[in-house]
Design a protein around this ligand. Structure first.
Ligand SMILES: Nc1ncnc2c1ncn2[C@@H]1O[C@H](COP(=O)(O)OP(=O)(O)OP(=O)(O)O)[C@@H](O)[C@H]1O
Ligand SMILES: [Mg+2]
Ligand SMILES: [Mg+2]
Length: 494
């Protein structure tokens, strides 16, 4: 690749070429191919090819987080707490944050000092990794196993290590991609601490169809010699976590909601978020103790840095409200049965607090998961049940994740992993619409091809209502929420 063609956009195009095509994913699904220990051997080979050993990662003092829901939120809390110490002069001096997926731009996944790395820095490190992989194709014993480049999410994980090590990061917070045991982020051997957030059902094909099978994978991030924490779990998950911890000789602490959080304004004010915050407090305390042996947390109260970190955290697209005057947009990237019920409850609470009589509008999509049609029941009923008259969403819009009506996807959202014919014909959206009509025959159900047109449709409804503000909930997919935020903020506001 010529030096001239090495911009951020070139990096994103090259990265998109590493997505597993839809046809290959389908073939693997049919053949029952699941990730196994080979994925980690391959990651170690790639790490060697770009010039690092797993021991080099110890310099990053990694806080590692797995879970079905709340990973990103817990990681953002830890990052925000550590940042207050960084701002005071440290330690830590430079904090890295690696999360997935992205909302608005790929570079959001790799942050330093809570800020996504710049386009220039992203392009620079992206191609450094690219060149090292090209130059060292034969390096590492497992070379035969690994192709010339890792797939999309693994490439980003690999690149994040290079970015953080090159930039002198001394504390890094890592969210797992899928699962834990075989996840690319699990090449770290000596994390400072591991945390497991709320477990539930998701990624059934890769991880298994019961909570205990899923818990087995997530438990894979616990490492001997590193403290591990989790919060209250359903009994079958709790049992697996404890069993695997004792097999590994790890002292797993199961935390009740931290009493020191009383009086701390956690948003949203919901139990699930207090669990995420509880875990984050324990992880941040452990990291700070490692970085600064004189740090000694009080069992009575949280330091002001912790309070500020928790209260001032910025985590877009999760329980976010944007007031446009005639439309109040509520955005939440929930995409599992449980988290969608949570999101619906939050939405209902927001509407009640504003005492608005305007219509409720839902904008929903979920492209990847065939089981997503079962997400709708909880969403529909939570909103109906909360209304004294049993009224649900008046208008329900199902759209694709295509951002713009005229120009299609933004480069950062190109996705080869879905069947293009399904998007064209709106196959998923039709199934959703049919289900909704049976759940709530009174609702006005619409199919709209792009996010941009879906937003404009909701704005049009506001005009018709003459003065009453429309309460819109956008949910079901982080891609949908990210696309919507990109449009609502007008620019690539990160
Ligand atoms: N502990 C939790 N239990 C249930 N739902 C949660 C929890 N934490 C967050 N959520 C819901 O899940 C949504 C996604 O949260 P978050 O980004 O923290 O999760 P994640 O684990 O990173 O998800 P992803 O699988 O998309 O990476 C939130 O908007 C919220 O609705
Ligand atoms: Mg997930
Ligand atoms: Mg996440």
């Amino acid at each position: 690749m010529a030096t001239a063609a090495r911009s951020y956009n070139d990096a994103i195009d090259a990265l998109n070429s590493l997505q597993t095509p839809y046809a290959v994913i389908e073939a693997r699904r049919k053949a029952g191919v699941r990730p196994d220990a080979a994925s980690l051997r391959e990651m170690r080979a790639y790490l060697a090819r770009i010039g690092y050993t797993p021991q080099d990662l110890d310099r990053l003092n990694i806080v590692h987080v797995a879970g079905t829901k709340g990973k990103g939120s817990a990681c953002a809390f830890v990052d925000s707490i550590l940042s207050r110490y960084r701002q005071k002069g440290g330690p830590p001096h430079r904090v890295g944050l690696f999360t997935s997926p992205h909302l608005i731009a790929v570079r959001e996944r790799i942050r330093i000092g809570s800020v996504p790395i710049s386009e220039d820095l992203f392009a620079k490190y992206f191609f450094q990794v690219w060149d090292r992989l090209e130059a060292n194709k034969d390096v590492a014993a497992d070379a035969a196993l690994a192709g010339s480049k890792p797939i999309y999410s693994r490439y980003l994980t690999l690149m994040s290590y290079h970015v953080f090590l090159s930039e002198g990061v001394d504390a890094a917070v890592y969210e797992t991609g899928i699962g834990g045991e075989y996840d690319a982020t699990n090449v770290v051997e000596r994390p400072v601490a591991s945390g497991i957030t709320t477990l539930g059902i998701d990624h059934v094909f890769v991880l298994g169809d019961t909570v205990d099978k899923i818990a087995w994978h997530k438990a894979g991030i616990m490492k001997p010699g590193s403290p591990a924490f989790t919060i209250e779990q359903v009994p079958s998950a709790a049992e697996v976590l404890k069993k695997r911890a004792s097999e590994k000789g790890v002292d797993l602490k199961v935390l009740d909601i931290d009493p020191r959080l009383a009086g701390v304004k956690i948003r949203p004010d919901a139990v699930f978020q207090k669990r995420n915050a509880t875990l984050a407090v324990a992880l941040a305390e452990t990291a700070l103790k490692k970085l600064d042996p004189s740090f000694s947390p009080s069992p009575e109260t949280l330091p002001q840095e912790f309070v500020d970190g928790l209260e001032q955290v910025v985590w877009h697209g999760r329980c976010e409200v944007k007031d446009e005057g005639s439309v109040i947009w509520h955005l939440d990237g929930a995409h599992t049965v449980d988290s969608l019920k949570m999101a619906a409850r939050w939405f209902v609470g927001e509407c009640a607090s504003r005492a608005s009589s305007g219509p409720k509008v839902l904008i929903f999509n979920q492209q990847g998961r065939t089981e997503a049609v079962d997400f709708l029941d909880g969403l529909c009923n939570t909103v109906k049940d909360a209304d004294p008259a049993g009224k649900g969403f008046e208008h329900v819009i199902f759209c694709t994740n295509v951002t713009y009506a005229a120009t299609g996807y933004k480069r950062d959202f190109v996705n080869h992993q879905h069947n293009p014919a399904d998007i064209e014909k709106m196959t998923m959206q039709r199934v959703f619409a049919d289900r909704w009509k049976t759940l709530d025959p009174a609702a006005n159900v619409m199919l709209i091809p792009s996010i941009e047109e879906a937003l404009n449709t909701a704005r049009g409804l506001a005009k018709k209502e003459g003065g009453k503000e429309v309460q819109a909930l956008i949910t079901g997919s982080l891609h949908l929420v990210g696309g919507a935020l990109g449009i609502l903020e007008g620019v690539d506001a990160l």
